[in-house]
Design a protein around this ligand. Structure first.
Ligand code: AMP
Ligand code: GLY
Length: 430
């Protein structure tokens, strides 16, 4: 069997590890991959958003299954292109991926289906946005409608800042065409939760809960990042909350998609704010989260490729997943300067020592192999040091113990990954 994994981050390394575990004999190709995937698969230098290049690669190598990690290729229609040529591929079609790629469309679908979410509106003209914002007297969030690499959301505690943010996006073109239309919505207060579900067109299978840490600094301060760490399960994702997300968000959105004749197949990731009034949708993503995947897949006991197959073949109703009951924590290490500009090419040491600790896996993200076969940094987020433990504290301690074995110039980690989960787990009961 030949499997192509599209992407080169920590998520894709975690996927590659699972595919290797599922199908030990498989030929696994990663495009473009990283130094971590190079150790268990073959990297091919085709960019993760180069649909033509990926299509040629999959056709030439007669790939049996392609798993797409990042959103760019999904939103640009890689699945439609592969399906048209009868190439087996995991992920939603271009139209279905609009739930992530077009926030104005997602807002319309949420409103139409009466799914709990922040109240707000989308705008195509700055003058209309300006008029609307002028009527707001509470904190607002301004979002570029298109894909902006996670940077197109501005939370404005002072409503007058919302006007500046909207103008920068729509008139100043700060995020290029991604900001041609925008969404303005009320700021929600609560704790964030990541809910991943597999959707096979009809059936919905909700995966274990997780939470990530988006800000660069301790105590959730500083700039937004791609994600500085994650853990699973998330105490905030209680059985009651997860069941509400299923019945009030997932079921109605999949129904709405079907009413629009959209067959959603793949991962549907709901970014949720658990507010005092219950869970509300912040965003949809059409793919696995990063670094949530690292903790989810560290806990997955079932066969990963079978799971993907059940989703593609619309057989999720016949399927049950088994999870390790132990919690997992992932601590991301970054390059100095991230999420701003940073240097690359720093030699990483301690990978073997860290990975040899019990129940620890070091997933690689922004890494590359130098000519002398040394692993060097090549991105902002470098490693996702992931550990299982009997308790969330054990998992956290073990992950940081492994981080201590790793060195490269400018290594940075947030010191407080899983702090909310620890507080919740260790709060006196009753
Ligand atoms: P999004 O890409 O829409 O998930 O937004 C990125 C981040 O912005 C989220 O993870 C939240 O931290 C924050 N955010 C987005 N929408 C809201 C909202 N309505 N209220 C509060 N925070 C939000
Ligand atoms: N960790 C957030 C995301 O993958 O979008």
């Amino acid at each position: 069997m030949k499997v192509l994994i599209v992407g080169g981050g920590g998520r894709e390394h975690a996927i590659a590890v699972q595919v290797r575990r599922s199908r030990p004999q498989a030929e696994i190709i990663c495009a473009p991959g990283n130094a971590g995937t190079a150790a268990i698969a073959q990297n091919v230098q085709v960019a993760a958003d180069d649909i033509d290049g990926l299509f040629t690669l999959a056709s030439d190598l007669s790939i049996d299954l392609t798993i797409v990690g990042p959103e760019a290729a999904l939103c640009a229609g890689i699945v439609d292109r592969f399906q048209a040529a009868r190439l087996r591929v995991f992920g939603p079609t271009k139209e279905a991926a609009r739930l992530e790629g077009d926030k104005a469309y997602a807002k319309k679908m949420l409103t139409e289906s009466r799914i709990p979410a922040a109240s707000g509106k989308s705008f195509k003209r700055f003058s209309d946005a300006r008029e609307y914002i002028a009527t707001r007297d509470t904190p607002q969030v301004v979002k570029a409608s298109g894909l902006a690499a996670g940077k197109g959301v501005v939370v404005c505690d002072d409503p007058s800042d919302a006007l500046i943010a909207a103008e920068e996006m729509m008139v100043g073109r700060k995020f290029g065409t991604a900001g041609t239309s925008i969404v303005v919505e009320e700021k929600l207060i609560g704790e964030e939760l990541s809910v991943h579900a597999l959707v096979d067109g009809h059936n919905i299978y909700v995966l274990e809960s997780s939470q990530d840490h988006k800000r660069i600094g301790a105590g959730d301060t500083g700039l937004n990042t791609g994600g500085m760490g994650a853990y699973s399960p998330a105490p905030i994702g209680s059985a009651g909350v997860m069941s509400l997300v299923d019945t009030e968000v997932l079921v109605p959105i999949v129904d709405a998609l079907r009413r629009h004749e959209i067959d959603y197949r793949g991962v549907l990731y709901c970014g949720i704010m658990v507010t005092a009034a219950g869970p509300k949708v912040l965003e949809f993503n059409c793919r696995f989260g990063d670094p949530e995947t690292q903790v989810l897949l560290a806990r997955l006991k079932s066969d990963f490729v079978d799971m993907i197959d059940a989703c593609i073949d619309a057989k999720l109703d016949e399927y049950t997943l088994e999870w390790d009951t132990r919690p997992a924590v992932c601590v991301v290490t970054t390059s100095a300067g991230y999420p701003g500009s940073y240097e690359k090419g720093k030699v990483i040491t301690g990978l073997d020592e860290a990975g040899a600790l019990p129940d620890v896996t070091v997933y690689q993200a922004g890494t590359a192999l130098r000519d002398d076969r040394k692993v060097i940094t090549s991105g902002g987020r470098v490693l996702g040091v992931t550990a299982l433990g009997e308790t969330i504290r054990d998992a956290r301690d073990r992950a940081y113990e492994a981080v201590d074995k790793l060195t490269y110039t400018g290594i940075y980690t947030r010191p407080d990954i899983a702090h909310r989960a620890l507080r919740a787990a260790e709060m006196p009961q009753g």
